[in-house]
Design a binder for this molecule. Structure first.
Ligand code: OOB
Length: 552
């Protein structure tokens, strides 16, 4: 076995690929104690040394202790390094909720290579883009998932993206390399120059409102603060047991406080393969889960099931709900049905996370989306001209702070629009603030659809549909939906000489182009023209209104 010697580098992330938090702010955040100078690799090592035999990850019948996870991450880091993966390299990771997710990402963290967190639902269009845009050197996949063969997808993408040297498979590798084979290869101990705390740790995906998802560069320092800051507000201790019910790679189950928060606290992370109550409730009973996070549609399903479930879910203390607006009526039902405290969370992969506090009055918990983690999270609520609105009024939410990015990765033009000159991130959310400083999400200014917490950039779907030979024009909008909050509707203008089109033809076309299933329009309607705004742009507002009106 090899144990990589990890020597933390002092050279910090230079900021060539994305604007970094300016030095004067970084100094302030360090002096305030937010940035503790830790790295993910070092954090795991410390926990493993402090309590090697405590269980870190439970996945079915498998229980990996902190000691075991640490050794596994080391071995795999040595294997990755032996394949030429080095600090700063990008590796697209697309794994489901399995223990190996942590083995892989901690191995990459140790090296200082950057995981690019793809979701299991992503397909060829997205994966090709992530690999090509980040010039990824490797792609880590499961063998098959839900009837889909990720090795076939990997083979296609590898043929198209020259930088992609390796595909590593968790499971049956087929013609690629098993991740276990990597860890088994005997090799000389390798000297790995690990990352510095101010270096990038990974690239997270933005929900996006443009044709392609933007990549979010997070550093060890800043992300680690969001973890321990969340732990304090969510009551996480080494006794806590967190259920990863949402896709593990998403920012919410990863860090709010999520699996990484739990590992930071020395608690236990339990993997849940599917988030439905029939799968999750028996796991909660068996593993005595104390805390988990859900998007609103799932919270509704859990609340309904909780009233009559035969399983004992009384260990559950805290249910976090976020990712999309949780209606007040639904929020009121959580505690009576599930017997736990509701904590609303309004966060974003770009940084800022707001929580209702566990000891907030019940009314605050059900009517607001919480307040920021940090006293140094700066919040501005402004009108269309960037002027601050009076307290209590709605406006655009701008934010800057110790764990919010100053720019996307390799996207200078987009950054000029998404950030103010003095570094505030334009969240695209419309909010108001209560006298206690709690935020209430009132709406959204960005052209994005929030389908039960899954974000869809209409432009990305429109670009695909425009590729259909019989389509003249298309506009994708949100339609209100009782269960998901919003669903998607594609208004399509067929070409004049087109063969008659059916909704199913368009949906099939989008699916075949290799887009995640949640982005396939729920409804397709054919029209002869789009409503226009005064200056001749497509009026999505009018389209949304007519879509929301029955029998329009
Ligand atoms: C979370 O992160 P993202 O990056 O997938 O999406 C961020 C966006 C926000 O800008 C907002 O538009 C929406 O999702 N959102 C909410 C919300 N939480 C997120 N809108 C209304 N109410 C809420 N409670 O979704 C995310 C990241 C960390 C923790 C929780 C959620």
């Amino acid at each position: 076995m090899t144990t990589p010697m990890t020597t933390p580098m002092t050279s910090a992330y230079s900021g060539v690929d994305a604007p970094r938090i300016p030095d004067e702010f970084a100094e302030r955040y360090r002096a305030a104690g937010y940035w503790r100078g830790e790295t993910f690799g070092g954090m795991l090592r410390e926990r493993a040394e402090a309590h090697p035999d405590r269980v870190a990850i439970t996945d079915g019948d498998r229980n990996w202790t902190y000691g075991e996870l640490d050794v596994r991450a080391d071995r795999l880091a040595a294997g990755f390094a032996a394949r030429g993966i080095t600090k700063g390299d990008r590796v697209v990771v697309q794994l489901p909720n399995i223990a190996e997710f942590f083995e892989v990402v901690f191995a990459l963290f140790r090296i200082g290579a950057l995981p690019v967190f793809a979701l299991p639902a992503h397909r060829e269009t997205e994966i090709h883009y992530f690999c090509e845009f980040t010039e990824a050197v490797a792609y880590v996949v499961p063998d098959r998932l839900g009837g889909f063969d990720h090795r076939d997808l990997a083979a296609k993408v590898r043929a198209e993206v020259p930088t992609l040297r390796d595909v590593f498979v968790v499971g049956d590798p087929g013609e690629d390399t098993a991740h276990t084979a990597l860890a088994d290869v005997p090799c000389e101990p390798v000297e790995i120059a690990g990352p510095a705390p101010s270096d990038l740790a990974f690239l997270q995906l933005s929900g996006g409102s443009t044709g392609v998802p933007k990549l979010i560069p997070r550093t060890h320092d800043d992300y680690m603060y969001s973890l321990w800051g969340s732990n304090e507000l969510c009551g996480v201790t080494e006794e806590s047991v967190y259920l990863v019910a949402l896709p593990a790679a998403h920012n919410f189950p990863l860090s709010s406080p999520g699996s990484l928060g739990l590992l930071y606290a020395g608690g236990r992370v339990v993997m849940c393969p599917q988030p439905d109550p029939d799968t999750a409730f028996p796991i909660i009973e068996r593993e005595k889960v104390t805390i988990t996070g859900l998007v609103p549609p799932l919270a509704l399903v859990w609340t309904d099931a909780g009233r009559t479930t035969p399983y004992d879910i009384s260990s559950l203390d805290v249910l976090l709900v976020g990712g999309a607006k949780f209606s007040e009526a639904a929020a009121r039902r959580v505690t009576p049905a599930l017997g736990c405290t509701l904590q609303q969370v309004f966060g974003m992969a770009e940084g800022l996370v707001n929580y209702t506090r566990l000891d907030d009055p019940a009314e605050t918990i059900v009517t607001t989306q919480g307040r920021p983690i940090s006293p140094d999270d700066e919040i501005r609520i402004v009108d269309d001209a960037d002027q601050d609105v009076p307290d209590g009024e709605s406006g655009h939410l701008l934010t800057r702070g110790p764990y919010t990015i100053r720019g996307y990765w390799r996207a200078p033009e987009h950054n000029a629009r998404s950030f103010t000159a003095d570094g505030f991130y334009r969240t695209g959310d419309i909010v108001s603030r209560t006298p206690t400083g709690h935020l209430v999400v009132e709406g959204r200014a960005k052209d994005q659809i929030n389908r039960g917490g899954e974000k869809i950039a209409p432009e990305e779907v429109e670009n695909i549909i425009l590729g259909h030979p019989h389509v003249h024009d298309v506009s994708v909008v949100a339609v209100p939906d009782e269960y998901l909050g919003e669903r998607t509707l594609a208004y399509v203008i067929p070409r004049e000489d087109a063969e008659p089109l059916k909704p199913v033809t368009i949906k099939k076309f989008v699916r075949e182009r290799g887009l995640a299933a949640f982005k396939v329009p729920d409804r397709v309607e054919f029209v002869t023209a789009f409503p226009q705004t005064g200056i001749g742009k497509v009026s999505k507002k009018d389209q949304r209104t007519s879509a929301a009106t029955p029998d329009s």
